[in-house]
Design a protein around this ligand. Structure first.
Ligand SMILES: *Cc1c(COP(=O)(O)O)cnc(C)c1O
Length: 412
């Protein structure tokens, strides 16, 4: 009899988004007359079409694929050199950050990379994640057996949760004791908080002191508007010795349906083998990618390259500024309604405190029933998310204006 991976049985069966879906369906069935009024500000997916520069690059790449002379089969597993070069040059070296072309690994998504990266780390690492958290960081560790069972609150034994609260501005602080692998997401999903330079410096100092590795998720880098906020962990001195950075074209170029992302593994980043030797992680990730991955489609890579053209850059700015404008409207509306608000300045997520007496799910039900708007309850992202909800700015301007009006009219 084949044995299954018992770790999967520990997973809390995809609770948050199925439960949101269930409650929305129940509401719509019970209230068919307002079904068409329901506006979804729940899931973190972009809504606007791909930039014209991307569409042009895609058309050209499709035509190339239809001609023997310019057809492309398998490409390099780590990504085409022209794309790795464009990434390293535009996202790092142009900002005086030292990242070599061959430290960039192109992939089909940061979500996949966040999970796959665990392949190159041993068992027995002490894992630290923020709370509230992007669930992928936790569940991928559960799947590979880095945790025990979950408790009644959904917290897994063996994971070190870093509390993010209003008191620390939803940016986690280094723990007192040692941990080995640290997930940081800045700007943050779900809270919209962005770590300042001193906050990231404290993390890099901690990681170097403890020989820890920071897994830095910068999927929302393009949304940073405040001048002091670092765009890359490599802006912090010493980070090349302790950090891996994940970036994605999903939220800047609108690639959630097209798929392209990348991961930076500096060659100077080391970890310890079980025999106690310090070894670089870069060759392990290269081996992992060339063995288990067969590259992103030529079309997606040409499309990603087009984001770095002059036209592509200005179209990305317009997309991002559109969503940030939405976020500003949502922030203003929630404040006007007398609610406590974080985020929405360096991120497309607005993190709103529920008025006292309301749990996250009670606020969800009230906003759905009375404003016909779907938000995401903060408690679904971790116990520290209780008492908060996330409003996504990924929507059309007209929908966001309507949501803002309804939030302001809501009586708690
Ligand atoms: C959207 C998102 C990503 C990007 O994932 P892709 O797989 O590249 O689409 C990564 N991290 C976080 C926290 C996100 O919200």
């Amino acid at each position: 009899m084949a044995l299954l991976n018992d770790n999967y049985l520990k997973l809390k069966a995809g609770y948050l988004f199925p439960e949101i879906g269930r409650r929305v369906r129940a509401f719509v069935e019970a209230n068919p007359s307002v079904a068409s009024r329901v506006i979804r500000c729940g899931i973190g997916d972009v809504t606007e079409p791909l930039p014209p520069a991307v569409i042009r690059a895609l058309h050209a790449a499709v035509d190339e694929m239809g001609v023997r002379e310019s057809f492309h089969g398998y490409g390099p597993e780590q990504g085409y050199e022209w794309l790795r070069h464009a990434i390293a040059e535009n996202d790092f070296r142009r900002h005086a950050l030292n990242v070599a072309d061959d430290e960039v690994f192109v992939s089909d998504g940061s979500k996949c990379d966040c999970g796959a990266i665990l392949d190159i780390f041993g068992d027995g690492n002490r894992i630290a994640v923020p709370d509230p958290v992007y669930p992928v960081y936790v569940d991928t560790n559960v799947m590979v057996g880095h945790t025990g069972e979950a408790d009644a609150n959904g917290a897994y034994a063996g994971i070190h949760y870093l509390p993010c609260t209003a008191a620390n501005g939803f940016v986690p602080e280094p723990p007192d004791g040692p941990v080995d692998i640290i997930y940081l997401c800045s700007p943050n999903n779900p809270t919209g908080a962005a770590a300042t330079r001193p906050q990231l410096e404290a993390w890099v100092r901690y990681a170097r002191q403890h020989g820890a590795v920071i897994l830095f998720d910068a999927a929302y880098e393009a949304y940073i508007t405040e001048p002091g906020v670092p765009h890359s962990i490599y802006e912090i001195e010493g980070a090349r010795d302790c950090a891996i950075e994940f970036r994605s074209f999903s939220k800047n170029g609108g690639f959630t349906g097209l798929r392209c992302a990348y991961t930076v593994v500096p060659k100077s980043l080391m970890a310890r083998s079980s025999t106690g030797e310090l070894r670089p992680l870069h060759p392990l990730w290269l081996r992992r990618m060339t063995t288990k991955f067969n590259g992103v489609s030529y079309l997606s890579q040409r499309a990603a390259e087009a984001l770095y053209s002059v036209q592509g850059q200005s179209e990305v700015r317009a997309l991002v500024e559109g969503y940030l404008g939405n976020a500003a409207l949502l922030v203003a509306a929630a404040r006007e309604a007398g609610l406590t608000v974080f985020g929405g300045v360096n991120a497309p997520y607005v993190w709103v405190g529920t008025p006292s007496g309301y749990t996250s799910w009670q606020a969800f039900d009230k906003i759905l029933a009375e404003a016909h708007v779907v938000i995401t309850p903060g408690s679904g992202f971790g116990s520290q998310g209780e008492g908060w909800f996330r409003v996504s700015a990924f929507n059309s301007r007209s929908n966001v204006e309507e949501v803002a009006r309804r939030l302001k009219a809501l009586r708690w």
